[in-house]
Ligand binder design. Structure first.
Ligand code: CTP
Length: 401
């Protein structure tokens, strides 16, 4: 969520300023770029040398660069930032933020910031309780700034109460959760099936297909990036998601996949069925390895349950259901038939005509067919980009609902 984001950290003069070093470390670990501005009062609590070493950027402490004696543009940093965190935010700095009293670089950057601003108050309990502080909190909220709640605990004065700055990890978690809430699919629950299924013949042999699960994984990531909570039901594959919004459930056979989907589907707002489910399974399962005594081995197969079709029968009007069609001939005609037979909102047609759009490749070429039979053809793209195209259609559908 914060990977690649430009974060401006403002540090003001509180004993909690020492914790800003951990905030910088956590942000860097996530992959954010961090620039720090310190107020003069904070210099007694934490050294700019520590913060510049940890952030990899020169720390701004005044409106003039003391080394070069040059004026620092006081609005540049506010414009640069994707988000600003002021931690710790003292009672004095909060009051300056309310008044717009920009007698330092931090407040000037705050006033010019176009991005979301978070602040983590740090002060003694009576200062925190004071009507003037409460009033400032109210004003800052009206301005659209987000307060990271204080903790209850031991304070620098030795007193115990409310006013301790949130811990660095709590600050990061708060920001991530809050940014997530602003995303288009926040609060939506999604289900994605992915990968192949394997149908066992005996303890060592199975029937399967070459699906890698890449397309489904990318779809799950694209949904999660939009703030959705995703259940990814993955057939046998080495792929694994580490996105915090994705819960991956690994299965082997179509029956196992059906069981998991059937449990999760009723509570899913959006379900995307990209798995290459084996259409058939061996009629008999041999509990011991079959010996090669016969010259010809005939295996009989029976049909697997069509997971997508079963779910579409249970679909409520508020649920979106999207299927895939893998076709080698009469592609659009067959895909439209599946869209209608399975009562889908959209179908993604995977053409096998382009050799880099089949199983195992990182690229795919799709067409999306809507219920009203509008067809949108896409170019050959990376699967991560294809996933974004599919999710953009999902968003379009949701907006129409
Ligand atoms: N699907 C499913 N369960 C199955 C078979 C297919 O959930 N047992 C889903 C796939 O995940 C895909 C869609 O149904 O979203 C279409 O799959 P596809 O194999 O292209 O079509 P089928 O309906 O199986 O028909 P056919 O194989 O005859 O083309």
């Amino acid at each position: 969520m914060l990977k690649g984001k430009k974060v401006l950290l403002g540090v003001t003069g509180s004993i909690a300023a020492y914790k800003s070093t951990y905030i910088v470390r956590l942000l860097k670990k996530i992959g954010a770029s961090v620039k720090v501005i310190q107020t003069e009062a904070s210099l007694d609590f934490v050294s700019p040398l520590v913060l510049s070493t940890l952030s990899g950027n020169k720390v701004i402490t005044s409106v003039i660069d003391k080394e070069t004696n040059e004026w620092i543009n006081h609005v540049d940093l506010g414009i640069w930032a994707d988000l600003m965190i002021i931690a710790p935010a003292t009672a004095k700095s909060m009051s300056k933020m309310v008044e717009g009293n920009c007698n330092n670089q931090l407040i000037a950057s705050y006033l010019s910031a176009k991005c979301p601003v978070y602040y983590a108050p740090a002060m003694d309990l009576d200062m925190y309780k004071h009507p003037s502080t409460k009033n400032n909190i109210k004003k800052l909220q009206e301005f659209g700034n987000k307060m990271i709640p204080v903790n209850h605990g031991e304070l620098a004065s030795g007193l115990i109460g409310e006013g301790r700055m949130a811990e660095p990890q709590e600050i990061i978690d708060f920001v991530i959760k809050d940014l997530n809430k602003q995303k288009e699919l926040y609060g939506k629950s999604c289900l994605v099936t992915a990968g192949p299924t394997q149908e066992n013949i005996d303890p060592v042999r199975y029937v399967g297909n070459r699906s890698s699960g890449k397309m489904g994984l990318e779809i799950a990531i694209a949904l999660a990036e939009k703030g959705a909570e995703v259940n990814l039901i993955m057939g046998p594959s080495n792929l694994k998601s580490n996105h915090p919004n994705i819960k991956q459930i690994n299965v082997v056979s179509a029956d196992e996949m059906f069981y998991e989907v059937d449990t999760i589907f009723p509570n899913s707002d959006i379900s995307i069925f990209s798995a290459a489910v084996s259409d058939y399974k061996p009629t008999d399962y041999y509990t011991e390895k079959v010996k090669k005594t016969e010259d010809v081995w005939n295996i009989s197969f029976e049909k697997n349950i069509d997971i997508l079709k079963e779910m579409s029968k249970k679909k409520k009007d508020s649920q979106l259901i999207i299927g895939f069609a893998l076709e080698t001939e009469k592609e659009k005609e067959n895909a439209i038939k599946k869209l209608q037979d399975k009562n889908l909102d959209l179908i993604v047609l995977n053409s096998t005509r382009d050799k880099e759009s089949t199983f195992g490749f990182n690229t795919n070429k799709i067409s999306i067919i809507e219920k009203d039979l509008t067809i949108t053809d896409f170019d050959l793209k990376e699967k991560s980009e294809v996933a974004k195209d599919i999710v953009s259609f999902v968003l379009k559908k949701i907006k129409k609902q």
